[in-house]
Ligand binder design. Structure first.
Ligand code: TRP
Length: 354
């Protein structure tokens, strides 16, 4: 994990540094259901690892979810599922803030202001929008177009200094930075919002399908065999790894060799990430062996690392009252940070005091 950009001394950092912290993190996960290994290794596992160094807010973005149609009955359950995953992955819900977006109205309120800061041209260039809208641009919701402005509000309503991002969200964070800079300029409020830094994670943030190493592991793949769900038990994990696609050759001898073989490369990357080892080191250990031996070892590490997380998630999901309590408590603490910042924004923009 590394800091990417090189900014001038950041006035927003001092208050965290004074407490021995590196900054404040906000991250969001959509409650779309079926959390899988890709979500875990790409995002959620890292959330727990950041909590010693940062003040962390982890948000279930239910308002982003409804930019595309959702079944209201499922949305609530899926919101709890994500919160359960945060907790099961080791995030401390008392020390950090775990909450859902719709319980903190300031996100949507700031998002409106940002809708008026961001330019149509900026939004039109967002690749995620272009991909999601596809050919059906006339028929997607206005919310889907405005999605990145709400994401910018999620981050800036807390003046978060850092956001852990995968490859697919880098452009949205760039937009967040552009919105912060334009707001600060437009309202002659230098340093009002921080120019939030990305935290990029290293290897294996891209977990591919177990059935096709060239496609991302996805909750929407019709084949359940293509992914390891976070709630899969040991038998399901073992079966999916046994059936995972490979190629007819023995295990690759070098990292370069592996990179030319997507299915092998994917499994090696998953092994390395789960075992917290360098991929090169894993390649060396299994070089020239049969896939069956490697898969047995992969199953062992996957069951050891994911089994307890899945079991804890299952336990929490059976206790929705407990999870709701954590979300409400988190939201109350989030509002205590967000509301004064929103009041400052309103004053800066020229809205009358209520
Ligand atoms: N757009 C993110 C995704 O789809 C989710 C998200 C919403 C988010 N708000 C955020 C991520 C703020 C980081 C910070 O994955």
């Amino acid at each position: 994990m590394s800091d990417v950009s090189t900014a001038a001394p950041n006035p927003h950092l001092a208050q965290y540094e004074a407490r021995g912290l590196k900054g404040r993190i906000l991250s969001g996960v959509q409650p779309t259901g079926n959390l899988h290994l890709g979500n875990y290794l790409g995002a959620i596992r890292n959330f727990a690892r950041l909590q010693d160094d940062y003040e962390c807010l982890y948000c279930v973005v239910d308002q982003h979810a409804i930019t595309v149609p959702q079944d209201p009955k499922l949305l609530a359950a899926q919101t709890r599922e994500i919160a359960s995953a945060f907790l099961a992955a080791g995030v401390d819900g008392k020390k950090q803030i775990i909450f859902n977006q719709s319980m903190v109205p300031a996100h949507a309120q700031l998002a409106w202001v940002f809708n008026c800061v961001a330019r149509m041209g900026w939004m039109s260039r967002m690749t995620q929008f272009k991909e999601k809208a596809g050919k059906d641009r006339e028929n997607v919701s206005l919310g889907l177009f405005a999605y990145p402005a709400l994401m910018a509000a999620d981050i800036l309503i807390y003046k978060a200094t850092h956001v852990p991002v995968g490859e697919d969200q880098k452009q949205h964070l760039e937009l967040t930075r552009d919105i912060a800079i334009k707001f600060n300029n437009d309202f002659a409020a230098p340093d009002f919002f921080p120019v939030t830094e990305p935290l990029i994670f290293g290897e294996a943030t891209r977990v591919m399908s177990l059935r096709d190493g060239t496609k991302k592991m996805s909750k929407s793949d019709p084949s359940d065999q293509s992914r390891i769900n976070l709630t899969d038990d040991a038998d399901a994990i073992a079966m999916k790894i046994r059936r995972a696609k490979t190629d007819p050759l023995p295990m690759p001898e070098t990292v370069e060799d592996a990179e030319k073989r997507p299915d092998a490369d994917n499994l090696l990357g998953i092994f390395a990430a789960l075992a917290d080892r360098e991929k090169a080191d894993v390649v060396r250990e299994f070089a020239g062996q049969q896939f069956s031996a490697f898969k047995a070892a992969l199953t062992e590490v996957a069951v050891a690392k994911l089994g307890p997380v899945g079991a804890e998630m299952q336990r929490l999901m059976k206790d929705p009252a407990h999870v709701d309590g954590i979300l409400r408590d988190g939201a109350a603490r989030a509002r205590a940070i967000a509301d004064p910042i929103l009041a400052d924004v309103y004053r800066t923009v020229g809205f009358l005091k209520p």
